[in-house]
Design a protein around this ligand. Structure first.
Ligand SMILES: O=P(O)(O)OC[C@H]1O[C@](O)(CO)[C@@H](O)[C@@H]1O
Length: 517
């Protein structure tokens, strides 16, 4: 057990060799000091502009008063419903923070027309829209902003923007939005939890972010120590992956932190899944949910005060890793550990070289139109493009299955139950991702990580489409092009993809669940 800075890491994995090597080369201290050479010469140019998360806490602390003042002004104006439009690293942290503290925040990270329509028509007159995008060029986020403006949102009163200086979004909203927060450009999206990207939406929704920053500061003081908990975590992740335990099953053990697994998933999958290696996070519904897989899985519990020995039965009966502490400490520790694991795996943890492929395919399909495909078979509300039996029979002992659901994560929430059922049926680790959200997370790993994935893509009929102001395509067309674009990207890599289209979403999901049971 290693404890310090408000975080405790317990692990039964033999990480001694990796830890000794990291210590001998002084890596924890060098990383804490922001040394950009740690990932080799090829990664150095990117790393040299991506280590700002190690020294951002002071600047973040200075945001606290400004945010409190702005929140008070918004409330005085009758704006008490905060909506966050942002993908991946630009929304996952605020979602965890607000859910954990029971603060109401609507997160929009989808192109599903029904889900976007439901958000836009919910309390519009009381809504403050926070549009968060580092690059300022992410199509989903740009489309959300357009949808709200189309619906009549007054930007001078109701629009707040978080972006990097000089982005096209900054140019588009300066003088238009109520307030623009310019973030630190030396912090990449998935490392931005403790910057303006994590803090602005959370504080405006009503979270006192000081506590989060204090927890992170306490952990920060331990980073350079080779005996510190964040280094232990990084050494365990790296050593396990080197030894073939490259799936990280994550379950919350009842700590009250809600959704941390989804944030960790993006951080680890997008940071490590490249050059044919990587760690695949498998987010479980609970410690007793089926994990599946064998010695390739590292079982981890996060967030709680319960010790690993507390688990007597179920999926994570004997977690080999458990991490407990406050949310601020978790954020910084996992970021540090991921950067260390990147060094151990000899990859650049700050780029996402394969995310662009699906985006390029999407753009091409939006311009040229979707290919016409004919269903191989139709069963009730499910159109099958491929061979379902062959797909499931083809799942081998070294595969993982990724369920990719381009659906409404609220209205079609039952689709998530497919994960555990498919894990039980195939005996292999199964991930579940909502499209297009996962494209900014595990999507990098699917294309850049080990070629071991088999992919079940699910799309659904659109009852009522939604136009996007200033664009020739609708949300429905964008969603369909994203799904088709990702199918192409996977097929180009010879990965098996089975596409199911639900002509009636509720009936189709119920049918799939019944078939798997
Ligand atoms: O903040 P942005 O630039 O809109 O990007 C959103 C997300 O998309 C990615 O850049 C790539 O998928 C993520 O790393 C990032 O968090």
């Amino acid at each position: 057990m290693i404890a310090g800075g408000g975080l405790t890491v317990r692990g039964s994995v033999d990480a001694g060799g990796v830890l000794a090597a990291l210590t001998a080369e002084d890596v924890p201290a060098l990383l804490a000091a922001g040394d950009a050479t740690l990932w080799g010469p090829e990664a150095e140019p990117e790393a040299s502009i991506r280590l700002g998360w190690l020294k951002v806490l002071e600047a973040s602390q200075q945001l606290v008063d400004r945010l409190a003042k702005l929140r008070a002004e918004l409330l005085a104006d009758g704006l008490d419903h905060v909506v966050l439009a942002g993908m991946g690293g630009s929304s996952l942290a605020p979602e965890v923070i607000c859910r954990t503290l029971g603060v109401d925040l609507t997160v929009l990270d989808t192109t599903d027309p029904g889900q976007v329509r439901a958000a836009v028509s919910d309390r519009l007159d009381r809504t403050v829209l926070v549009v968060s995008s580092k690059s300022g060029g992410t199509v989903e986020t740009d489309s959300h902003r357009r949808a709200y403006l189309d619906a009549g949102l007054d930007p001078a009163r109701q629009l707040i923007v978080v972006t990097d200086p000089g982005s096209p979004l900054e140019a588009a909203v300066t003088g238009v939005a109520r307030e623009v927060f310019l973030a630190d450009p030396t912090v990449g999206g998935r490392y931005s939890a403790l910057t303006a990207f994590g803090l602005v939406p959370s504080a405006l929704a009503g979270v006192d972010v000081s506590e989060l920053l204090a927890e992170a500061a306490a952990l920060h003081a331990t980073l350079a120590d080779p005996a510190g908990p964040a280094t232990a975590l990084g050494a365990i992740l790296g050593a396990a992956a080197l030894a073939g335990r490259d799936k990280l099953a994550i379950a919350d053990d009842g700590s009250g932190i809600v959704g941390l697994g989804d944030w960790i998933e993006q951080l680890i999958a997008e940071s490590t899944g490249k050059a044919g290696v990587g760690i695949l996070p498998v987010v479980l519904e609970s410690p007793t949910a089926p994990v599946a897989g064998g010695p390739d899985v590292l079982r981890c519990t996060v967030g709680g005060a319960m010790s690993s020995g507390s688990f007597l039965s179920g999926g994570l009966a004997a977690p080999e890793l458990s991490v407990s502490g406050g949310l601020g400490a978790h954020f910084l520790a996992w970021e540090f550990a991921t950067a260390l694991a990147g060094r151990v795996l000899v990859i650049n943890p700050f780029d996402q070289p394969n995310v662009q492929e699906s985006k390029d395919n999407t753009n091409r399909l939006l311009a040229s139109g979707l290919p016409t495909e004919k269903a191989s078979s139709v069963d009730g509300a499910v159109e099958v493009y491929g061979d379902m039996e062959a797909f499931f029979h083809g799942v081998g002992d070294d595969n993982y299955v990724a369920v990719l659901a381009y659906l409404d994560r609220h209205a079609d929430a039952d689709a998530e139950k497919l994960r555990a059922l498919i894990a039980e049926r195939t005996g292999r680790p199964v991930t579940f991702g909502w499209g297009p959200r996962f494209l900014h997370s595990t999507g990098q790993y699917h294309k850049g990580g080990p070629a071991k994935g088999v992919f079940l893509q699910i799309t659904g009929a659109v009852a009522e489409d939604l136009p996007i102001g200033g664009k020739e395509y609708t949300f429905g067309a964008l969603q369909a092009a994203q799904a088709a674009g990702d199918r192409e990207a996977l097929a180009q890599r010879d990965r098996p993809v089975l596409h199911l289209h639900l002509t009636d979403r509720a009936a189709g999901i119920a049918q799939l669940l019944a078939a798997l049971r």
